[in-house]
Design a protein around this ligand. Structure first.
Ligand SMILES: CC(C)(COP(=O)(O)OP(=O)(O)OC[C@H]1O[C@@H](n2cnc3c(N)ncnc32)[C@H](O)[C@@H]1OP(=O)(O)O)[C@@H](O)C(=O)NCCC(=O)NCCS
Length: 164
């Protein structure tokens, strides 16, 4: 049976493993540098000073953890309301196709609707056809006119320091 529960600090090693498995699937295992400490601070602790930065729920099949969803609020000035940004959705390979991904995504949708958030957004790698098909099956649309930008690492530090 599929079930969802909020993650607790006792889940931190599991969460770190699942994040690593997703990074492996997304062909960037070296990019997953999160630690138990950083996840603890931002999922269960003070975050940036005002409480947890993001929320995590664990998906289980017959009581065995098999996946997770991690999400947080963003804000739309056009809507004048917060939305939900889905950072990670992952189900372990052997557990896929049992409806757990749908239950996890529906949980995030329920949170959004309950809080009056008009939308959920996320990014999908363009080669990830199985996930793209999964999302489209529920009415999600690809924002093909929009390109995600990122300023990070040395470029971010240099720009912030006025050196670029
Ligand atoms: C994408 C993922 C979360 C989906 O989870 P899952 O547990 O395998 O999917 P589910 O079993 O919940 O699928 C539920 C429904 O979606 C449908 N579906 C799944 N993949 C589909 C696809 N590619 N095209 C059309 N429908 C699809 C199923 O047919 C099923 O429909 P039903 O409810 O009518 O029977 C999971 O496969 C996964 O973790 N993949 C690797 C990581 C990943 O890609 N994460 C997303 C990164 S953005």
């Amino acid at each position: 049976m599929n079930s969802i529960r909020p993650a607790t600090p006792a889940d931190l090693p599991l969460i770190l493993d699942l994040i690593g498995e997703l990074a492996e699937y997304e062909r960037e295992p070296q990019a997953a540098v999160a630690t138990i400490e950083s996840l603890s601070q931002h999922l269960f602790g003070a975050g940036l000073g005002q409480g947890p930065t993001a929320r995590c729920v664990i998906g289980e099949i017959d009581g065995e953890p098999q996946g997770l969803a991690v999400f947080f609020h963003n804000f739309s000035t056009w809507k004048g309301k917060p939305g939900v940004y889905l950072e990670d959705l992952f189900v372990r390979p052997a557990a896929r196709g049992s409806g757990l991904g749908k239950v996890l995504l529906r949980h995030v949708a329920k949170v959004a609707v309950a809080l009056g958030c008009p939308r959920i957004e996320w990014a999908v790698l363009d080669w990830n056809e199985p996930a793209i098909g999964f999302y489209k099956a529920f009415g999600a649309i690809a924002m093909t006119e929009w390109t995600t930008f990122r300023l990070t690492g040395e470029a971010l530090a240099n720009f912030a320091a006025g050196e670029a």
